[in-house]
Design a protein around this ligand. Structure first.
Ligand SMILES: [Zn+2]
Length: 366
């Protein structure tokens, strides 16, 4: 099919599935498809195009199954070792542990798999233990930028720390999906100064990147330039790529990370302002991943993206029972809200978006 015909076809309807989307990647076609927010996958260089009307969105919004198709989601970042899932909030006990209920609710909303984020050595050990006996859970291993001073304080030496991380990686192959979360956080330097963050992010990247041969789960706050520069200088240390999770940067910053081959992870903290939403609108959907960052980063009514949220989850503090969410604590079932918001912003069917993001996630991590 020649370009002008395809252009006419694509522009005349609201949404298609194009499969297998393959062309010998003519840039104009790629741009056109992204502009029209269509699903786009590359299969081969042979030109085979089939265009069909999609099952377009709104009718399938409110349930995790519709028309026989099932919503499939993967939460690529949830901090399930957090004390809140044991009922502890700022050191005081508010309720009994309820993680098993939290996981049940996630499944009900189509969240098939969850990657448990670890932010230091102890958390990584805990996360690995949690995931061992659960076929839906996988873990990360790494040290968060705000905790990088632990390299100098927790064990005899940074080398010893790296050895312990390597031991954990070696003994849990198959259950660890990413290195991280790690990166740079210049908004919270009260926990660890910028220089220490850069030093130990680079050390982890160099010592563990190629060694573990895992994708990266990257954290970036007000530090995109430095993060990009360290990653660029050490490109051979992450042959499998990675994701900049909880992305809240500018369009230019996003493009820099895309050029490095990275994916962009979106949660409620990426969807606060109209500027955030404009950036999300521009993320190529073949580079998009979704996450909750639970127990934090839920979409609040004050967020610019909240107008796209359709599913309301019951939450309580007083008279709380384990069958509902605990108010102000986020949990993986709300990944559905992130999907709804991103689908709304990008004017896409939730089901098509979920399918594409699911495939992106499997391709990167599993
Ligand atoms: Zn983070």
């Amino acid at each position: 099919m020649i370009l002008s015909n395809l252009t006419k076809l694509v522009c005349s309807c609201r949404c298609y599935i194009i499969k297998p989307v393959s062309f010998s990647i003519v840039p104009e076609v790629r741009n056109l498809i992204w502009k029209r927010r269509l699903c786009f996958k590359t299969k081969s260089l042979k030109v085979v195009i089939q265009v069909q009307r999609s099952r377009y969105s709104s009718a399938m919004a409110s349930s995790s199954t519709s028309g026989g198709s099932k919503l499939r989601l993967i939460d690529v970042g949830a901090n399930l070792t957090d004390d809140m899932y044991s009922g502890m909030y700022n050191g005081s006990k508010k309720h009994e542990p309820d993680l098993y209920k939290v996981l049940d609710r996630a499944v009900t909303q189509g969240v098939e798999k969850i990657f448990v984020t670890a932010g230091n050595l102890e958390e990584a050990k805990e996360a690995v233990n949690l995931c061992k006996d659960n076929e839906r859970l996988w873990s990360t291993v790494g040290v968060h930028p705000t905790r990088c001073s632990e390299f100098d304080t927790k064990v005899a030496s940074p080398d010893e720390f790296i050895r312990e991380l390597k031991t954990l990686l070696d003994s849990n192959k198959g259950k660890i999906v990413a290195l991280g979360e790690f990166g740079l956080d210049y908004e919270r330097t009260q926990f660890c100064d910028e220089e220490t963050q850069r030093k130990y992010f680079t050390l982890q990247l160099v010592e563990l990147g190629a060694y573990a041969n895992l994708p990266l789960f990257l954290h970036c706050r007000a530090a995109a330039k430095d993060l990009h520069s360290i990653l660029s200088e050490n490109r051979n240390c992450f042959p499998r790529g990675g994701v900049v999770h909880s992305f809240d940067g500018t369009l230019e910053e996003m493009n820099l990370f895309l050029e490095l081959g990275l994916y962009i992870g979106i949660n409620g903290c990426s969807l606060k302002t109209e500027e955030n939403c404009k950036v999300v609108q521009e993320i190529p959907i073949d580079r998009l991943l979704l996450e909750t960052d639970a127990p934090w980063c839920g979409i609040r009514p004050s967020h610019a993206s909240s107008k796209f949220v359709k599913t309301k989850f019951e939450a309580a503090k007083k008279n709380w029972s384990e069958n509902t969410m605990y108010k102000s604590r986020n949990e993986p079932q709300t990944l559905k809200n992130v999907l709804e918001a991103v689908a709304g912003i990008k004017e896409l069917s939730e089901y098509e978006l979920a399918d594409t993001v699911y495939e992106n996630t499997i391709k990167l991590f599993l």
